[in-house]
Design a protein around this ligand. Sequence first.
Ligand SMILES: [Zn+2]
Ligand SMILES: [Zn+2]
Length: 333
Amino acid sequence: MPSSTRKREVGRGERILPGVWRLRLPLPWPGVPHCNAWAVAAGDGIVLFDTGLHEPGSFANLERALAQVNLKVEHVRLLVCTHAHSDHYGQAATIVERTGCELWMHPNHDHMLQAARDPDAALDRRVEVARQSGVPDEPLRRYSEARRGQGYGIAGIIEPDRDLVPGIDVHTDLGTWQVFETPGHAPSHVCLYQEERRILISGDHLLGRVSLYYDYGYSPDPAGEFLHSLDLVQELDARLCLSGHGRTFTDVQAHINANRTLVRERLGKVEEVIRAEPGITAYEAIPKVYGAAITALNANWWLSETLSYLRHLEVTGRLERIDGTPERWAVAS
Ligand SMILES: [Zn+2]
Ligand SMILES: [Zn+2]
């Protein structure tokens, strides 16, 4: 169907609890049709958790979602971002400009802010990682050409007014939300927890369906960090999860277990693949790990994920890398 006749998704708002609203905002990404921002009543206004992606028409979608629950952008007293990915932080600059509110976000946001400040350097670095991982020159050149000059889905580069770290509390009519650092999906990731009501704002750390993604290259061991973050969130014993995509869910423990199981499975698979064929590259390992061919759509995602597992198996002493260009992997001696 030509895109002009395809029904365009629009922003939608719904009340989840008294004083908590889900703002469902469309995304232009295949397989990820929308993301959530969460509005929570606070005095004469709201605290807004996350923003939606910035693209033409995106701000109108946020306004429309708010209007459906009788709110306006002008009600935002504080903007809190769970992490610096474009679908959670993209409209921060516009919201702050419109309202004069503060932005609170974790300080490990280089994976977005630094990359957006110097996109060419970020792309060069990414291409270099891919080359080292064994991605052949031709697809790499095509990727690089397609990616260069593309935007980041953010309205502007805006630094947080306050570093969102443990010890910082977010006050709302539902009570205080505590900050928990949950890196793995992204180095800047935090979850917010309302202890008395046992409600977790989980960003992309926990989603309704298990979907593993890691920002590789900005921290020592993204997969290990993610596993640690799952342990941390398990301790909270949340009974309602407001996640960054999809519907709310209550079986939080089952979701934590499902994530952990899939990470363990993939780690096991990556190790098995290297054991069976020592000396292969990350790129060569990917189709064997996933049992499917690499395509332009999945290449980036699967490479980051596979590299994160290889790295975790390296730091835990299971595998070792054989230096060279490209890098190859073997069982640790
Ligand atoms: Zn994310
Ligand atoms: Zn997201």
